[in-house]
Write a protein that binds this ligand. Sequence first.
Ligand code: SF4
Length: 430
Amino acid sequence: MKVGLVNYYLRLKDYPTRYSLATLRLGEYLNSCNIDVELYPIPLDVNQYTEIVNDLNNKFDIIAISHYVWSVNSTKRLVDEIMKQNSCKKIIIGGPEVRYIDVNEYKNVYFISGEGEEALVNLIKYIEDGEIDINFFKKNRNIFNDKNNQYCCESNELKYKNPLFTKFKNIDKSFLYYETSRGCAYNCGYCGFNNRKTVANFDLAFVEEEIKRIGQQNFKEVFVVDANFGGTKERAKIIMQYFNKYAPEAILTIYLRPEFIDDEFIGILKLANIKEIRIGIQTINKNIPSWVRSNSIYHIVKELPKLSKNNIPWKAELIIGLPGDNLNGLKESIDFVENILNPTEFCCYPLTVIKSTKMYELVNKTKDNMWIKVDENYMAYESNSYTHEELIEMQQYAINRMNNYLEKCYNKSDKLIKQKKNNVIKKTIE
Ligand code: SF4
């Protein structure tokens, strides 16, 4: 049976690749298990699925779809269209958003929650064998459908055999999403990055081989999506040295916690081809409890100015709309970022309250001291510490401060400011 792995892509101008890391990894894993598989990226914003679905139905016996919060509507439309054309087609949906899916809206569709590699191989074999194993769902607890909808994610183990670019080499070379670990050891109250109980790291020799291939394939830009680059402080240094040695031309974007930075790492970062290090400060407002912020002001103050002093490009990230914050708190956080940390750039993102987070437990609890209300897109709307009008004022204030800072830092390049200003506004309003 031939399997098509579908992923969506959007914003090609900012992230110029059609291929998701999830489907690249799954594709390599299926191929290493001798399953006939192709990747099938589709744009998220298509109006008409008929032609795409026609092609999918003709090419593949099994269609597996990678499903995220931004594809809630697209996946439903895609599945409905596939079923309309061929009601017997085997469809599998995996990805983080599967936890929130209403299975009753998807008859005869299989779902995989959590790590997908091994489960997907088992499910494909089950389908190939005629779906007759009556113990299949008991043996594969993270697979479910509308008739067998009791599931749990038991395994946090990473499954991988072949490195990236073993089968799938012919992909967009301008940009690559990459990972060296999964999960996060921290626990910020607003963060949705909690679909794993523990951090799992790819074996260092495996990472080294993949970074060699990234260099050989001449990828222009690599966005490492690890919650914190490398997963641990020591691995971060080793992996950055791999990039410096094997893929020095690739421009890197990474996420880091200040706790990962020390003088030795600064020395390695100075030699690296960094486009941007993104570091979450979120807020320094003490009225916001530490379970929300989970940041270490000590490490922030001690380590981050060193990045600036050494001309290592980094972006401080703040959040607008945390319950407990207000315009004064926001001003204080921005002053701190500008005056003490002096990053290359800073950005204030509006708060999205994600289901399954501790923050979500505050939604509409208006009788408690701390509460928040959200709009239909789960964006913060008002809270115990600000009205909706004050939130809008905070957003406008943040936009002005971000743009003023950009003008101050980039006053020699009008074009760059314009580009970055547009970005700031887009990200803040979205
Ligand atoms: S915000 Fe970053 S550090 Fe905090 S839990 Fe999420 S991924 Fe981890």
